[in-house]
Design a protein around this ligand. Structure first.
Ligand code: GSH
Length: 202
């Protein structure tokens, strides 16, 4: 098994944190997205959409999409659970992970993709769209602060994939100037606590 990933990209970091929480070691292959290795024929044979990460199984099958890769590891290595326990809890974790992905991380990566040099010539940038997405981020962080008023983690009492997605999204936001306002006490406390977990260094 091999994990094709890129050290500085946010989606691979989600998977690295996830497997670090589970104590799983997986051989990694670095894909240089700066040099567009992920757009060359060898990588496109693994994932025709060209995104990292990709998990290559021993039988040659490949799994792309960070959450699908995490789902695989959750099934083969259930402890500690990071995607919920039982039908209700699993659905609640999924709800919060989707919210973190679609509302928080996606907003930040859209802002990056549409305004940053790195994506010039790679996608059709619409700077106005990126700037609008960026302007919306602070109000999302206020919302997260409210969410965390009555619970330690995004989906409740237990650390989950929703925390991983939120952490990776917010940390990646640093490249475009996203910072947590210290006045957001709940979000600041959460960020400090999840950043202190050894997995956050992955
Ligand atoms: N939906 C995919 C997104 C994968 C993705 O877009 N990865 C980024 C890195 S975070 C990438 O490969 N970017 C370079 C490119 O698209 O050329 C997932 O969740 O894994």
């Amino acid at each position: 098994m091999k994990l094709h990933e890129s050290a500085h990209a946010p989606n691979p970091r989600r998977v690295r944190i996830f497997i670090a929480e589970k104590g799983i070691e997986v051989p990694r292959v670095q894909v240089d997205i700066g040099k567009r290795e992920n757009r060359g024929p060898a990588f496109l044979a693994l994932n025709p959409l060209g995104g990292v990460p990709v998990l290559e199984l021993d039988d040659g099958r490949t799994i792309a999409e960070s959450v699908a890769i995490c789902r695989y590891f959750e099934e083969v290595h259930p402890e500690p659970p990071l995607m919920g326990v039982g039908p209700e809890d699993c659905a609640i974790v999924e709800m919060w992970n989707r919210r973190m992905e679609l509302e928080v991380m996606r907003r930040i990566t859209d802002a990056f993709r549409h305004t940053h040099e790195f994506f010039k010539g790679r996608i059709t940038q619409v700077p106005e769209y990126g700037e609008t997405r960026q302007r919306e981020v602070p109000e999302q962080l206020v919302w997260l602060d409210e969410v965390l008023a009555d619970r330690p983690f995004m989906a409740g009492d237990r650390f989950s994939i929703a925390d991983i997605t939120a952490l990776v999204g917010i940390d990646f936001g640093r490249v475009i100037g996203v910072r947590i306002d210290p006045e957001l006490k709940n979000l600041s406390r959460w960020h400090e606590s999840v950043s202190a977990r050894p997995s956050a260094q992955a």
